[in-house]
Design a protein around this ligand. Structure first.
Ligand code: 5GP
Ligand code: ZN
Length: 117
């Protein structure tokens, strides 16, 4: 039997099938270092429940998405990067989404220009 979670890279990380450098974990979310960091801090925060991305999320996922954002804020606080950081949700391939398990990027520790590319 296969389902959306069996081949999902981030579900596999959550199950411990693929190693990752854990940054934070609670009942709802898991955070780990991005394998290809784009800033001194580049952490991915994922809900433990699988859903593909923001456009697949429903009203029932609102709290979980908020928890991902708040976990990112806590990590930023812990790392003293509150002078300026960014949380990013890439939505769809045209915006660079390559893993279809919702994830919040936390980027910081350097100047971040605006607008993003
Ligand atoms: P997206 O492009 O979907 O917004 O973000 C996916 C992110 O996952 C990318 O920043 C990429 O570097 C990261 N990534 C891809 N494969 C792995 C992996 O096996 N381990 C970790 N820790 N990060 C990964
Ligand atoms: Zn998944």
């Amino acid at each position: 039997m296969t389902d959306a979670t069996s081949d999902c890279l981030f579900c596999r990380i959550l199950r411990g099938e693929i190693p990752a450098k854990k940054v934070y974990e609670d009942e709802y979310v898991f955070a780990f270092e991005d394998i290809n960091p784009q800033a001194p801090t580049h952490v991915l925060v994922v809900p433990k429940k699988h859903f593909a991305g923001l456009k697949e999320a429903g009203a029932g996922d609102a709290e979980l998405i908020g928890r991902c954002q708040l976990a990112a804020a806590q990590i930023a606080r812990d790392r003293n990067i509150e002078q300026g950081y960014r949380t990013v949700l890439n939505v769809g391939p045209g915006a660079g989404q390559s893993v279809f398990h919702l994830h919040v990027h936390l980027l910081g520790g350097r100047h971040l220009s605006w607008p993003p590319g």
